[in-house]
Design a protein around this ligand. Structure first.
Ligand SMILES: Cc1cc2nc3c(=O)[nH]c(=O)nc-3n(C[C@H](O)[C@H](O)[C@H](O)COP(=O)(O)OP(=O)(O)OC[C@H]3O[C@@H](n4cnc5c(N)ncnc54)[C@H](O)[C@@H]3O)c2cc1C
Length: 541
């Protein structure tokens, strides 16, 4: 149905974070009429929403940035090894201006539904503004960590003070001075924010269900020598990093931990600890594979915690018990040290969960902890949350939620059978959250744009993953995960943080083999995809 509120496009992109912005750039470069629809009132995605104190990337900025433009890469000056939220947002604003992307981004527009029309092979998107967008291609750049998870603590609605979720932080900031603050959750956002909240608050009580492993960031200004070295061969730096398991500069140890003697192991872990950051986890090749090997790294970190945290009971509670790396590894600045402050209390809720939230506090085991403010650092409905909030329907009106009721099923994380011309960026079944996400996003958007260009050259109307290719890919993703320790704990990689969500290990492990597979599929004429002949490509052009 066409009316004044219907806009015809060649491609519609949902989201205007790193992925949506680059998709606009690439698709426009193909000569397509494209628009990105973004529910936020600004661009930037993750870096627009997550403004909590201490929010910053934990992949180094020299890598956590676009590489599609050598000029951009050379001219942008990162001030710190790990950029703050504010600096990353400024960078994305700069990118949007430099490449004139804003004219094809529509803000304050929530996509509520997306429907595939069989005879025309077109997608119709509906929004909360009452507009409709009709396009041949639909690119979901909705983000893997963009749908806040707020558990239903009994009594939450009765709390009289202010409440915040780290993923929806007020733009004007929050002043905790003189307040009794609760932080619920101890994942990455909590670990970044707790040291800063503790400095302001009169008292901070941290409610921890599962302790996280955290490695010091050793953040600071970018080392000028390193910067000069990278800039002398930025392309080479990127190429080498793309060959590493997470697509980031975390060199994989040549040996297994169990092949080294305790002295050598300790030396290697200490070097990685002193270097700081997520690269700790690739110190030895067998850490993700072998429980005994993994335990040597886990115990090294636990021992560090015991050395840092003065109160033995608090230290023991902060020392994680699970396999290291199977939940998101964290990177911090002064996290464990914060628990030595007299105004910080840790409450372990692993065995006695939060009973209720009252008008004035948080109750655990019959005891009320009085607070003025609650910060929910309870993370996200990861990887599928933003997709499941849109009513997406494919062939014969099939809802995506129905197709994925047992867990997400994709071919290469990019597409799913029965949903032609619908693409996901860093979707489930791709390396996504287990990779340096900016290169992953660029790789996906490049693949999608190349695919659309290829279809266009051949006047093809539609591309769709075949059920056989999808089944084989889902089986492969699981096989790879099952070779590792990743599925061994209740992580958000498995959907375990959201009640009722199917337990399926969602990311694909291994950036280099993944990229090779995507390239091979494209080189073989999009092997594993069915193609539909065109009725003119794209509509209106
Ligand atoms: C605090 C934090 C720190 C992180 N640090 C790192 C890091 O160091 N390294 C790393 O690799 N990754 C990191 N990540 C992951 C991060 O999400 C990605 O790196 C990257 O920013 C994702 O970009 P994106 O464009 O795919 O998604 P997002 O940035 O999440 O953008 C998606 C956008 O889609 C919009 N959207 C969703 N649904 C709809 C809808 N129905 N209608 C309209 N708009 C919609 C959202 O509002 C959002 O703006 C971090 C994530 C968080 C939360």
């Amino acid at each position: 149905m066409k009316d004044a509120r219907t806009t015809e496009l060649d491609a519609v992109v949902v989201g205007a974070g790193f992925a949506g912005l680059y998709a606009v750039h690439r698709l426009r470069g193909l000569g397509l009429r494209v628009r990105a629809l973004e529910r936020g009132s600004g661009i930037g995605g993750t870096w627009f929403w997550n403004r909590y104190p201490g929010a910053r990337c934990d992949i180094e900025s020299l890598e956590y940035s676009y590489q599609f433009s050598p000029e951009l890469q050379h001219e942008w000056e990162w001030s710190e090894r790990y950029a703050t939220q504010g600096e990353i947002l400024r960078y994305l604003e700069h990118v949007a201006d430099r490449f004139d992307l804003r004219r094809d981004v529509q803000l304050d527009t929530l996509v509520t539904a997306a429907r595939f029309d069989e005879p025309t092979h077109l997608w119709t998107l509906e929004t909360d503004t009452g507009e409709r967008f009709v396009a041949r291609f639909c690119v979901m750049a909705t983000g893997c960590l963009s749908s806040a998870n707020l558990p239903e603590f009994p009594g939450r609605e009765h709390f009289a003070g202010a409440t915040y979720h780290t993923g929806h932080w007020p733009h004007e900031g929050v002043d905790f001075t003189g307040q009794r603050v609760a932080v619920i959750g101890t994942g990455s956002s909590a670990i970044q924010s707790i040291p800063l909240i503790a400095r302001e608050a009169q008292h901070l009580t941290v409610f921890q269900r599962t302790a996280s492993y955290s490695i010091p960031a050793h953040n600071g200004p970018i080392d000028p020598e390193l910067l000069a070295e990278v800039r002398a061969d930025y392309a080479g730096f990127r190429r080498r990093n793309a060959q590493m398991p997470f697509g980031a500069n975390f060199p994989l140890g040549e040996k297994g931990a169990l092949e080294a003697d305790p002295e050598e192991r300790g030396r290697v872990y200490e070097q990685r600890w002193q270097r700081g950051g997520l690269g700790f986890i690739t110190a030895f090749s067998d850490l993700p594979l072998d429980r005994e090997a993994n335990e040597t790294a886990a115990e090294f970190v636990r021992e560090k915690i015991r050395q840092i945290v003065r109160d033995p009971e608090t230290a023991e509670n902060l020392a994680p018990k699970q396999v290291i790396g199977c939940k998101r590894l964290c990177v911090d600045t002064g996290y464990y040290e914060t628990f030595n402050r007299p105004n910080v209390t840790l409450v372990d809720v692993s065995e006695t969960p939060i009973q209720e939230i009252t008008g004035s506090g948080v109750v655990v085991g019959g005891r009320e902890y009085p607070v003025d403010t609650i910060v929910f650092a309870t993370g996200f409905d990861a990887m599928t949350g933003s997709l499941s909030r849109i009513d997406i329907r494919g062939r014969e009106g099939l809802p995506l939620s129905e197709k994925w009721s047992g867990g997400p099923r994709t071919y290469l994380g990019l597409a799913t059978a029965d949903f032609p011309n619908l693409f996901f960026v860093t979707g489930p079944g791709s390396p996504s959250v287990l990779s340096n996400m900016v290169p992953s996003i660029e790789q996906h958007v490049n693949w999608i744009a190349d695919c659309i260009g290829w279809l266009r050259e051949r006047d093809l109307a539609a591309i769709e993953a075949t059920p056989a290719a999808e089944d084989a890919w889902v089986a492969h993703v699981n096989e790879v995960a099952d070779l590792t320790l990743y599925p061994s704990c209740n992580s958000w990689y498995l959907g375990a943080n959201v009640p009722g969500k199917p337990r399926v290990f969602m990311p694909y492990l291994g950036f280099p083999p993944y990229v090779a597979k995507c390239d091979e599929v494209a080189a073989k004429g999009y092997e594993g995809f069915a193609l539909a002949p065109g009725a003119g490509m794209p509509p209106g052009s």
